[in-house]
Design a protein around this ligand. Structure first.
Ligand SMILES: Cc1cc2nc3c(=O)[nH]c(=O)nc-3n(C[C@H](O)[C@H](O)[C@H](O)COP(=O)(O)OP(=O)(O)OC[C@H]3O[C@@H](n4cnc5c(N)ncnc54)[C@H](O)[C@@H]3O)c2cc1C
Length: 411
């Protein structure tokens, strides 16, 4: 009988343990917290965006780093496979906007309960409150040390997660273990996170929710990526769905800014016509009042400020040049980016264990036989929409399944 240890009780570790277990092996899952899936619990604002319902072939377009590495993982254990597994074990799900899949109950705790049920049914040993501090390999066995215990195994899966939301247990220990085994770790950065803006203008906009806008990220003053959707001004700058995705493209050492098109549905001349119509309607009013049909109230003053038009100027005195500046200010509402928020607010970690060190068809380390890495500890991340959890399950499954096949051969 071979002994398998999975380190980390997040989605990737749970999946690895489930996939590894059969009657010919012992599988133990070790977790430092008092329970499983502390990060899983807070996913999707407590609702858990389990995965995405698109065809798995489309997942590669939603990967930020090292998408190609995931080919075997995604095709061996797809989005439909995780949904099958969870629904066979009692979890009902629903598909929402953007093909995002959630539990029907809107409770992430139901996803965790379902994973736990499968682990218990499969007789996988669960050990809680044990933080592993050191791992070594002697002969062909791995030894894991906590403060007061030692565990040993023939195969080890490290699924300890990244660096974001450290209070959930993702404290970057996996990088330390990998480094001790001689593996390379790429530079880590917060991913899917809000951005700090320069200047003071955003402070006047705190709490303003932008809907149906188009935001272009500029890198060193050149257009880099454009996204359509929602964003939210905050006390530090800006966040919300579009910004989270764009944030994953930002690295230090370059200058970034954003340009917000508040009316992407209208081209410049259509917007000019529209403003003209509003101006004719409110001809004798201050311009501030003449824009209320076009813009939400909290945006009017900052836009006029950017267009260098006094807010109390009468509409009948607005010049052609001023109108052109106004159109530009609405189509190109610009802010310089000061930097990213930190790991404590990041949804994922960019960077991690270099995938060059890992066999993508098994998740085994190329340097250390019997040692596997899965989930966010690896240099893999995707955009929002359920893709990061799918990375966790698919890589976890591939590792567990590879170990199961190997341990069957070497009973
Ligand atoms: C606020 C938030 C919302 C998110 N929402 C979504 C979403 O809706 N959909 C989506 O796809 N993704 C979402 N994500 C991302 C997703 O949660 C992660 O990518 C995923 O949890 C990574 O899984 P993992 O198993 O690799 O790591 P983790 O979930 O981080 O699990 C790692 C586990 O290892 C344990 N561990 C670490 N070190 C040790 C040690 N030394 N000894 C013992 N145990 C240890 C930790 O305690 C932890 O339980 C969200 C993330 C955040 C922060």
């Amino acid at each position: 009988m071979k002994d398998i240890i999975v380190l980390g009780g997040g989605p990737s570790g749970m999946m690895a343990a489930i996939a590894a277990k059969n009657e010919n092996n012992n599988v133990t899952l070790i977790e430092q917290n008092e329970k499983l899936g502390k990060k899983l619990y807070i996913t999707g604002k407590g609702r858990c965006n389990i995965t995405n319902y698109r065809d798995i072939s489309e997942f590669f377009t939603q990967m930020n780093r090292n998408g190609k590495f995931l080919y075997s993982s995604f095709y061996t254990f797809t989005n439909m496979d995780i949904l099958d597994l969870l629904s066979k074990n009692g979890l009902e799900y629903k598909v929402e906007r953007g093909e995002r899949v959630f539990p029907k109950t809107d409770k992430s705790s139901d996803v965790i309960k379902t994973f736990k049920k499968i682990l218990v049914d499969k007789e996988i040993s669960l050990i809680f409150n044990q933080k592993i501090k050191y791992i070594e390999k002697r002969k062909s066995k791995f030894y894991l040390y906590s403060k007061d215990e030692r565990y040993s195994c023939d195969y080890l899966v490290v699924a300890t997660g990244g660096l974001s939301y450290q209070s959930t247990g993702s404290t970057g220990d996996g990088y330390k273990f990998a480094k001790n085994f001689g593996l390379n770790i790429t530079q880590t950065y917060p991913g899917l996170v809000g951005v700090n803006l320069k200047g003071d203008l955003y402070k006047k906009l705190t709490g303003v929710n932008l809907k149906n806008v188009e935001i272009t990220l500029l890198k060193d003053n050149k257009k880099f990526k454009t996204d359509f959707g929602e964003a939210l001004f905050t006390h530090y700058g800006i966040s919300g769905p579009i910004i989270l995705s764009l944030s994953s493209l930002i690295y230090p050492n370059s200058k970034y800014s954003i340009s917000i098109d508040l009316k992407p549905g209208l081209n410049i001349s259509q917007l000019d016509d529209r403003i003209n119509r509003d101006f004719n309607k409110y001809l004798n009013k201050d311009i501030e009042n003449g824009l209320k049909d076009l813009l939400i109230k909290s945006l009017i003053e900052p836009i006029l400020f950017n267009a260098e038009i006094p807010k109390d100027k009468k509409i009948n005195q607005i010049t052609k040049e001023e109108r052109a500046r106004l159109v530009k200010a609405i189509k190109q509402f610009e802010f310089d980016i000061a930097g990213l928020r930190d790991f404590n607010e990041a949804i994922v970690t960019r960077g991690g264990i270099d995938v060059v060190e890992i066999d993508s068809s098994t998740m085994e380390s190329k340097k250390v036989q019997g040692l596997y890495f899965t989930g966010e500890v690896l240099d893999l991340d995707g955009f929002t929409g359920g893709y990061n959890l799918q990375i966790a399950y698919s890589t976890g499954f591939l590792a567990g399944n590879s170990i199961k096949e190997k341990s069957n051969d070497n009973k």
